[in-house]
Design a protein around this ligand. Structure first.
Ligand SMILES: Nc1nc2c(ncn2[C@@H]2O[C@H](COP(=O)(O)OP(=O)(O)OP(=O)(O)O)[C@@H](O)[C@H]2O)c(=O)[nH]1
Ligand SMILES: [Mg+2]
Length: 202
């Protein structure tokens, strides 16, 4: 069975992020957490998109029937998404376990890689860790979500600076995997919808 991992350096914000995506509004600026020694599992609900297909009446019956069929197909596919992907389990592996991450790479279909944009000393090292991870042949077809977090902090690196420090353009040229990049923070929940959308992707 394929799985979804959440990785990233120590204290980069993995637990806070997943708690916040799991239960929006639970993380505040004074929330603290203990380092994950080992693993945590989070079950994230994947609500179906709120976009609804409405059928408007038209003069032509043929057009109306076509629209009804399209609406029925959309509803059926939405149902499929709901029943197939109603929730997903994400395994966070603590940053202190980085030397052992490779023991968890069998049958991994997705990786959420969390980078703390407020930690200037850690960003480049986070890039090196990501690079060595993605070189693993078991992750050749794994979908990668690069999460730039703690974007609420005034002293964070901006997106482009962080990506430069991660050497992401160079990385993209050398790997097969597709990388999606999302900026977020655990407090305001900005960017969480995009994370849910990414998790919902087949
Ligand atoms: N301002 C702000 N602080 C954050 C955010 N996310 C995490 N933090 C802070 O960063 C600290 C570490 O966050 P964790 O989520 O525990 O980090 P982690 O990546 O799970 O760490 P390990 O489990 O040790 O690998 C927390 O105690 C929070 O104070 C965020 O989005 N904004
Ligand atoms: Mg943790």
């Amino acid at each position: 069975m394929s799985s979804c991992l959440c990785l990233g350096p120590s204290q980069s914000g993995k637990t806070h992020l997943l708690m916040s995506v799991q239960s929006p509004g639970t993380i505040t600026s004074v929330s603290t957490s203990v380092p994950t020694i080992g693993t945590n599992i989070f079950t994230i609900k994947l609500p179906t998109p709120t976009k609804t297909t409405t059928v408007t009446s038209t003069a032509s019956t043929a057009t109306c029937n076509k629209q009804k069929k399209a609406a029925a197909a959309a509803a059926a596919s939405a149902k499929g998404v709901r029943s197939k992907n109603a929730e997903i389990n994400i395994l966070e592996i603590g940053g202190s376990m980085a030397p052992m991450w490779t023991s968890y790479l069998e049958n991994v279909s997705r990786i959420i890689y969390v980078v703390d944009t407020s930690n200037l000393c850690q960003i480049s090292a986070a890039g090196v860790l990501l690079y060595s991870l993605l070189a693993d042949p078991r992750l050749r077809h794994t979908r990668i979500l690069l999460v730039l977090t703690k974007m609420d902090l005034a002293y964070r690196q901006m997106r482009n600076e962080a990506l430069l420090m991660l050497q992401i353009e160079k990385l993209k040229k050398e790997i097969n995997q597709s990388i999606t990049i999302i900026e977020t923070d655990a407090i305001s929940c900005s960017g969480h919808e995009k994370i849910i959308d990414w998790l919902r992707m087949p």
